[in-house]
Structure formats: structure tokens, C-alpha cells
Design a protein around this ligand. Structure first.
Ligand code: SF4
Length: 375
């Protein structure tokens, strides 16, 4: 049994069933992105996608049968998940893990599902919900210009079919930055798309990339992004800090001096400027990507504003040696929050790593190398 799946999903969709409705990215030119480089975009035929949904249904039945055979009465527990994976392979593991988490969420891949005709996408979503009545949330990625081209009626149709949330790579609200990184969208596209999506009653999650303006546009990047968020009031903003990958145009720009990356502290200061510039929004801030230095930077505005700024200020006030310890500990997966530094065992382990590295320059190089591995 086989279904086609794409390479990525948002971090928050880790327990979602992945159904691929298009392949790769129709734009594929963003200077920082290597996810689909060299791969051609195509739409999948409706029947093919429906067949994948049927296949998942068959697999789910097989997994439930396995559960009955093991005396678990059809319940999918961790031992059923493990056995399904060991006996039948990765796809069974994926479906079993999805059932283990309640079979509640589905993510439609790849980079821009809204490029499909609204009626076709609505048909797919309805079919998924019919075959799996347990599904409570269906989400997808969409590019801003594609979403902006959809009519209000089309977005309404998608919402009624059961599209719950759109994850959108905003990256920046600053036109100069969007242009430098060849995002192929403008702040006006983001504004129109955001307003239409919100009006249709679909939840909107904007991904923001701290550091994307480099030293050249850091301030404009923060202020213009905040201004756009203030106008649209998205349900979520998610930070996903820039990591300049070797096989991307941005890497070449960096080498030739046209793009100057920010260091860890400059990125955190940029995030502070953005957050302190948000006004009149009820957005939830999420920082669940491994690339973010301050993963604990999470909360809902306006109530958590002081808490968020306080986390940043606490980090920025650390003496240089403590900052270096935190940066390395976080990047090496030893810390997930500033409080983790209080654990003497972990702290001294990171100190030993630090001293084996020999100097701050080596540390910055090592941090950049670790960050590249996370993408
Ligand atoms: S639109 Fe998204 S997937 Fe496509 S190239 Fe840009 S960042 Fe990558």
C-alpha cells in the first residue's frame, strides 16, 4: 500500500495526517529556500488524491485489526503504533501515530494548495471529512498572491467544506525585503490575502522570518511586518528564524557582500522591535521552530505583551559568557528555555563544550553550522 507524500509540514502539524494535493512549489524562487529546488510543480489529479484517502482508510482498518488481535479492543496505543511500523513500514507508522493522536487533524501538502480550483480543493476536503468523521481540523499552506486572487465566495466555499486554517509564509511585511529575497509577493498581497481569509472565517497563521532583512533592512523588516500584522490581526504569527543555507541564492548574496546576516543578539533585538510595535491585535505568538533561539517566546496579545518582552530583555541582559552558554546549549538541544541554564549539570556540560571550541569566532561559526542542519 502506498500514498504520495511531500517533504515538509509546519511544526504544529506533527500529529496530522499528510495528504498531498499538489507536488512541490509553483514559485520555487525564494532566495532563502532550498526545499523544492530542482523539483517541478504539478497538480495531482483529483482521483489520485481520493485514492490516497481510500488507501489511508484501508491502512487504518488494518491497524485497528492489529489492535484487536493484540487484545486492545481496536484502541491504537503506542505498542500498536510501534508494531504497525515494524511490520508494515513508515506509512503504517504515520497512520497509526495519527490514529494514536485521535485522527483529528489533516494537513494538505505541498507549498501552495490554494492554486487548485476552489471547487476541486473543497471536494477533496469534503471527501476527507466524509471518510474520516473524526477529523476536526484541515489545514494547508498557501502563497499570499494566490490567496489574494481567490474571491471571497471561493474562500467561503473552502471554509464551508471544512478548511480550518491557512499557514502562510509571510516572511516579512517589508516590500524591500520581499523583493531582495525574491519572495514574489508584496505587502499589498499579504494585506488582501490576510483580510479575505479572516473574513471568510478561516484561521490565519503567518510565518515570520527574523533576520531576513539582514543588517541592511533589519529595522524596516521589523516595523513594516508589525504594521501589517496590526492591520490584519492574524490568529497566529510564528517565528522561524533565518538560516542561510549553502545551496541557495541568499548564500551567494551573503558571500558577495550584498546580504549581511544578523548575529543571534541582533535577531533577538529585531524580534523585540517587532513585538513592541504590535498594537490592537489579539494574535497568538508562537515560537515552536527549532531555529528560534528563544523558543519560550510564546503568548497571546495583548495580555502577554509584557511577558514576551520580559523574556527578550532577560536574555539580552545576560553577561556575554552566559549568552554564549545559552546560545550553544540551545543550539545543541540541551536547553529549551532560559531557566534550563539553572540546572548545574546541563550548565557545566555546555561550559565544557564551549571551552573545547576555543574562542567566540569559532562559536559563531559552529552555531551557524548547527542552524543549517535544522532546515
Ligand atoms: S514559496 Fe515557500 S516553498 Fe516556494 S520557494 Fe518560497 S519559501 Fe520555498
Amino acid at each position: 500500500m502506498y500514498i504520495e507524500q511531500g517533504p515538509i509540514r509546519p511544526p504544529s502539524e506533527a500529529s496530522s495526517l499528510l495528504i498531498r494535493v499538489t507536488r512541490n512549489c509553483p514559485w520555487n524562487k525564494c532566495a532563502f529556500c532550498a526545499t523544492y529546488k530542482g523539483k517541478k510543480f504539478s497538480r495531482r489529479a483529483l482521483e489520485e488524491v481520493m485514492r490516497d484517502v481510500d488507501t489511508v482508510h484501508d491502512i487504518a482498518r488494518q491497524i485497528k485489526l492489529l489492535s484487536f488481535q493484540r487484545g486492545y479492543g481496536g484502541r491504537v496505543n503506542d505498542s500498536v503504533v510501534r508494531e504497525a511500523g515494524a511490520r508494515y513500514g513508515h506509512l503504517h507508522y504515520h497512520v497509526a501515530a495519527w490514529l494514536y493522536f485521535g485522527g483529528k487533524t489533516v494537513f494538505l501538502q505541498d507549498a501552495n494548495s490554494l492554486i487548485l480550483k476552489a471547487a476541486d480543493l473543497a471536494q477533496i476536503i469534503k471527501y476527507i471529512r466524509k471518510v474520516f468523521p473524526s477529523v476536526e481540523r484541515v489545514t494547508t499552506y498557501a502563497r499570499a498572491n494566490t490567496a489574494a486572487r481567490k474571491t471571497e465566495e471561493e474562500l467561503q466555499e473552502l471554509r464551508e467544506a471544512g478548511l480550518s486554517r491557512i499557514h502562510m509564509g509571510m516572511e516579512s511585511g517589508c516590500d524591500a525585503v520581499l523583493q531582495v529575497v525574491q519572495k514574489g509577493i508584496t505587502a499589498a498581497d499579504l494585506l488582501e490575502a490576510g483580510r479575505k481569509i479572516r473574513k471568510a472565517g478561516i484561521s490565519l497563521c503567518w510565518y515570520i522570518m527574523p533576520g531576513l532583512g539582514g543588517r541592511e533592512y533589519s529595522r524596516e523588516h521589523a516595523l513594516d511586518t508589525a504594521a501589517l500584522i496590526n492591520q490584519v490581526n492574524p490568529d497566529y504569527i510564528r517565528f522561524r528564524t533565518l538560516s542561510v543555507l549553502e545551496n541557495t541564492p541568499l548564500y551567494e548574496m551573503m558571500r558577495s557582500g550584498r546580504f549581511t546576516p544578523l548575529d543571534e543578539d541582533e535577531i533577538v533585538r529585531e524580534q523585540r522591535l517587532l513585538l513592541e510595535s504590535l498594537q490592537g491585535v489579539t494574535t497568538t505568538v508562537v515560537s515552536d521552530h527549532i531555529l528560534n533561539l528563544l523558543q519560550e517566546l510564546e503568548g497571546t496579545l495583548p495580555g502577554d505583551r509584557d511577558k514576551l518582552l520580559g523574556i527578550i530583555d532577560r536574555y539580552l541582559a545576560l553577561p556575554p559568557g552566559e549568552k554564549a552558554n545559552y546560545q550553544l546549549g540551545r543550539r545543541a538541544g540541551i536547553y529549551s528555555s532560559l531557566d534550563d541554564m539553572r540546572d548545574p549539570g546541563r550548565y557545566s556540560y555546555v561550559q565544557r563544550l564551549l571551552s573545547s571550541m576555543g574562542g567566540p569566532e569559532n562559536l559563531q561559526r559552529e552555531l551557524a553550522r548547527i542552524r543549517r542542519q535544522f532546515v
